[in-house]
Write a protein that binds this ligand. Structure first.
Ligand SMILES: [Zn+2]
Length: 413
């Protein structure tokens, strides 16, 4: 990462080393691990440094509050901003943290300018946004809003078979308390998430900042191909029931179908059992990530891909089962709130184009219950979920200025 603007530097310097792999330079900040605890401690320290009130909610999301000094007039809820601190395996430095760092720095800018909040301003860091450990994305915000049942969440397991309940207990948290928190939600009027763009639309438009229009519907499907383990040297090709072959056909078909439908389909995680180099696999577990501009196209794409899996499985004597692990419908961000954000930016001379995105975010989950908006910061290469993810310091700065402008308009005097 190149040097961020000087007034953001201390935050980045203290956050960047946490959970970074020496080997790859990528981040491995999985929920309830040591790296996660270090990130949480960082959040608390930065909040306390700013005299913000810190709390951890029942779903282990972190909140820092900039409270108004006077009792607000009438019924006004909080304006909340923030993002997440967890990462995908070997993720980049900005996906998530940019929104949290920018939130703290935006509050600094406002405080330095003598602004006073007339309603609470919250900074949030949601738990397990990436689903990097337990497989369900946006787990913290889904629990908070009741979009996932607590009993289902508690039973989610990581790659080592540790379930969420055990991981939380080990981290000193109470898994029995997880679940919808309507009282907390009722105290919030709107949420705005700043995020690095996970694509290159802004770079193509020559714009530093953008405002989200919608999030494509998307989901994850697990497909299991079950064949028969056997010797790689002595088993005749014709006698094999090799699950790797229908899996390979399915991965290729996913690309073809996605191209035809103008959508995205990816097999990014595959596990072969027993996983020996000199044996035919008994089972291949594969995870399909599918996204499309609308729900009908998404459904059509997944059904075409799973049809290829089944047909190809039959041809190889391999049984195929598939199930949806998570599905997020299309999110259209609140039009009125978006207009207020765009207007606040325009008043400050910031031109921010409106664009759709294929990436899921906590803002997408909160949009079901709150007016929600997103600001994107230009990503020159569009690369994300990789150590190569990047944003220029000037663009990060533009993001903070934009966020501060929106917060000033919505929550300050
Ligand atoms: Zn993110």
């Amino acid at each position: 990462m190149s040097e961020p603007a000087s007034w953001q530097l201390p935050l980045w310097q203290s956050l960047l080393p946490l959970g970074r792999s020496e080997e790859t330079g990528g981040y491995r900040r999985y929920s309830f691990t040591r790296a996660d605890t270090e990130c949480r401690d960082w959040f608390r320290r930065e909040a306390e440094r700013r005299s913000l009130r810190v709390e951890t909610d029942q779903n282990s999301n972190l909140w820092a509050w900039w409270d108004p000094s006077d009792e607000p007039e009438g019924e006004v809820g909080a304006i909340v901003t923030g993002s997440h601190l967890d990462s995908v395996p070997d993720g980049g430095p900005f996906d998530g943290p940019l929104g949290v760092v920018s939130a703290f720095v935006a509050i600094d800018l406002l405080a330095e300018a003598g602004q006073v909040p007339v309603r609470p301003v919250g900074v949030v860091a949601f738990t397990e946004e990436e689903g990097g450990r337990f497989g369900v994305s946006c787990l913290g915000s889904r629990l908070l809003t009741g979009a996932i049942a607590p009993e289902r969440a508690r039973e989610l397991t990581d790659a080592d078979g540790v379930d969420l309940a055990a991981a939380m207990t080990q981290a000193g948290l109470d898994p029995d308390a997880v679940g919808a928190d309507p009282q907390r939600m009722a105290g919030i009027d709107a949420f705005i998430e700043l995020h690095v763009e996970q694509g290159s639309a802004l770079a193509d438009m020559d714009a530093a900042i953008g405002v989200a229009e919608s999030i494509w519907p998307h989901g994850r499907w697990r497909i299991d191909f079950t064949g028969r383990a056997d010797h790689a040297g002595t088993t005749k090709l014709t006698d094999r029931r090799d699950p790797m072959l229908p899996f390979a056909a399915t991965a290729l078909a996913a690309r073809t179908v996605a191209t035809e439908l103008g959508a995205r389909a990816t097999f990014g995680k595959v596990r072969a059992e027993p996983g020996a180099a000199n044996a035919i696999s008994s089972v291949v577990h594969a995870w399909l990530d599918a996204r499309a501009p609308d729900e009908d196209t998404l459904k059509e794409m997944v059904s075409q891909i799973t049809a290829v899996a089944e047909l190809s499985g039959k041809g190889h004597g391999v049984s195929v089962t598939s199930r949806c692990e998570s599905l997020t419908p299309i999110v259209e961000f609140d039009l009125d709130f978006r207009d207020r954000v765009v207007t606040a930016l325009a008043r400050r001379g910031i031109d921010a184009p409106v664009l759709p995105t294929g990436a899921g975010h906590d803002a997408g989950i909160l949009a079901a219950v709150l007016p929600t908006a997103m600001l994107f910061v230009r990503n020159p290469s569009g690369v994300s979920h990789s150590p190569a993810e990047h944003a220029e310091p000037e663009d990060c700065e533009a993001g903070v200025v934009a966020l501060a402008g929106v917060l000033e308009e919505l929550a300050c005097r």
